[in-house]
Design a protein around this ligand. Structure first.
Ligand SMILES: [Zn+2]
Length: 121
């Protein structure tokens, strides 16, 4: 996990980033026409197409996150006592980012051990 965050929150972050990037590309592409005239039109076309693809990608990520969150397990976090949602066997609390697990074998290892386990498997 690049952001030390709950998986659902991470999906939302990526979705938002892609939307911003897509919009940025579209604006940049349109600005290309203003600055470079005829030559900028090619740049604008590429920018608009890639921007649109990124926006659609972010829409798919949002949709996927929504689907995932409907079948996520809702549990009460032992650290902050708030209700959080978990994806898979291990995930982080949405509020205090404590690592939570449903797997008893991993329940007592540290965060560093968990991260190294993830990278090897
Ligand atoms: Zn918590």
């Amino acid at each position: 996990m690049i952001f030390k965050n709950a998986k659902i929150n991470a999906f939302r972050t990526w979705g938002l980033l892609l939307t911003m990037l897509g919009m940025g590309l579209m604006v940049l592409g349109t600005a290309g026409i203003v600055f470079w005239g005829q030559a900028g039109k090619v740049f604008a076309g590429v920018g608009l197409v890639f921007g649109l693809i990124m926006m659609m990608g972010s829409l798919a990520i949002y949709f996927w996150a929504g689907m995932l969150s409907t079948n996520a397990v809702q549990i009460q976090c032992p650290e902050c006592d708030k209700l959080t949602k978990m994806l898979g066997k291990t995930d982080r609390c949405m509020f205090c980012h404590t690592i939570l697990t449903l797997d008893p074998n991993q329940a007592n290892i540290t965060a560093e051990e968990l991260e190294s386990q993830k990278s090897t498997t």
